[in-house]
Design a protein around this ligand. Structure first.
Ligand SMILES: Nc1ncnc2c1ncn2[C@@H]1O[C@H](COP(=O)(O)OP(=O)(O)OP(=O)(O)O)[C@@H](O)[C@H]1O
Length: 257
């Protein structure tokens, strides 16, 4: 892992006179799955938008692999809570859509990538289905496949499983971790769900209530290991870590209230 792959240098954000993100320094390793956890409205989406290049910091700057982030590019792909598939395109066409500007790939290479990513997210049998005919969980898998097919090295995921039922959500968490490890991608995942954060993360960055400031930096892999079978949620180390993080976040929220 490259320790300083994604770096925040004194990043702060103010909307008008309202401070939303307090000055933040942060280093994220390549190929890590990092979760930004914090109470609702604390500024997590604002942080992600700045990493995505959709918004710029009021102070400081962000670097990816040594280059300054100042606009969106395909190395950083975003997956949001709302389903972002095009309803008039099939699943395979939606995935191919992510490569529309890839002049470096031949038509055959694009076709092969569609096949690869369909297989990776387990949707080969649904290649010709339209988004309205598949489940919400499948639509989020299409969004992940499209982003990866486009060539993103960093996946920026803003509460992507927030609208899904509990069981689908669990299944997608397992799939996301396995995809992230297999494809060796860096993932920054935003959530306010403590259980989701502990299950998914290699590392949790816990933010305070607005203005967001880092209150804890937790090495989850050191505590739980890298393997995360579903039943890890029933183990003592998981339970203890979840309670520890819950305690920290409750403390933060009560101070803001
Ligand atoms: N463009 C904007 N102009 C003014 N205020 C904004 C703007 N975008 C966000 N805010 C404010 O900044 C604060 C943080 O918003 P943000 O969406 O980043 O939080 P969040 O932690 O992602 O919240 P949630 O978990 O509810 O999605 C909110 O109080 C919001 O109203």
């Amino acid at each position: 892992m490259t320790a300083d792959y994604l770096r925040f240098y004194g990043v702060a954000k103010t909307f008008g006179t309202v401070p939303v993100v307090r000055r933040t320094d942060l280093s994220i390793a390549r190929d890590a799955l990092v979760v930004f956890l914090g109470p609702s409205g604390c500024g997590k989406t604002t942080l992600m938008r700045m990493v995505g290049g959709l918004d710029s910091p009021t102070e400081g700057w962000i670097e990816l692999d040594g280059g300054r982030v100042d606009r969106p590019d395909r190395r950083r792909g975003m997956v949001f809570q709302s389903y972002s598939s095009f309803p008039w395109l099939t699943v395979a066409q939606n995935i191919a859509f992510g490569m529309r500007y890839r002049d470096d790939l031949t038509a055959a290479e694009k076709q092969e990538r569609v096949r690869h990513y369909l297989d990776l997210v387990g949707l080969t049998d649904f290649a010709d289905s339209y988004p309205s005919r598949i489940s919400g969980g499948m639509r989020q898998r299409v969004a992940i496949a499209r982003t990866l097919a486009a060539g993103s090295e960093v996946l920026l995921m803003d509460e992507p499983f927030g609208a899904l039922d509990a069981l689908t959500r669990e299944r997608l968490q397992v799939q996301l971790r396995s995809i992230q490890k297999r494809e060796a991608k860096t993932v920054v995942f935003v959530t306010h769900d403590v259980e989701e954060a502990v299950f998914l993360a290699d590392r949790i960055i816990l933010f305070s209530a607005r203005p967001a400031t880092i209150v804890a930096d937790i090495d989850v892999t050191a505590e739980l290991g890298a393997e995360r079978p579903l039943d890890i949620r029933e183990t003592r180390p998981f339970f203890d870590l979840r309670n520890h993080v819950l305690h920290l976040i409750r403390h933060e929220t009560s101070e803001a209230a």
